[in-house]
Design a protein around this ligand. Structure first.
Ligand SMILES: [Zn+2]
Length: 150
């Protein structure tokens, strides 16, 4: 049985494939893509170090929870995963804001063009319309005028 740990590491493990904190609890399986063998449990999870950390954190849904992880490690890992997710979402939100700002400027220019065009069209329609109305008015008043004259 591998030793249980009540301490949660704060830095990456020396010699690990990456700085990821998850490597304190798992070893990469050689010649596999994203398989990690759990140091606490001795079994392999698939899907890379992030999925493995979900195994440690008991994040439900994607992976079987680690039966041998201690509470403090599980909670710390869960917190890390949440923070990482929030950071990612924050970055995505900022990127979206930035993009919509860029798009917004383009839109404004586009809208200006379109509304200028619409304005011109509206004016020409209006003046045509006005002309028609004046014609009709003249004819109808002429008509009325004729009635009055009679
Ligand atoms: Zn495990």
């Amino acid at each position: 049985m591998p030793p249980r740990t009540d301490k949660f590491p704060t830095e990456g493990l020396e010699g690990a494939p990456s700085k990821d904190i998850g490597w304190h609890f798992g070893d990469p399986v050689p010649n596999s893509r994203g398989n990690v063998v759990c140091k606490l449990w001795g079994k392999v999870t698939k899907g890379g170090i992030t999925r493995f950390k979900e195994h440690i954190a008991h994040k439900t849904g994607e992976v079987a929870p680690c039966p041998n992880v201690t509470g403090i490690v599980r909670e710390s890992m869960m917190k890390l995963l949440k923070e990482a997710k929030e950071k990612k979402m924050d970055k995505k939100r900022r990127t979206n804001e930035f993009l919509s700002q860029l798009r917004g400027e383009d839109d404004d220019e586009f809208i200006d063009d379109v509304s200028a065009m619409r304005q011109a069209t509206r004016e020409s329609i209006q003046s045509q319309h006005e002309w028609h109305r004046r014609e009709e008015f003249r004819r109808s008043t002429g008509g009325w005028g004729n009635i009055y004259e009679e």
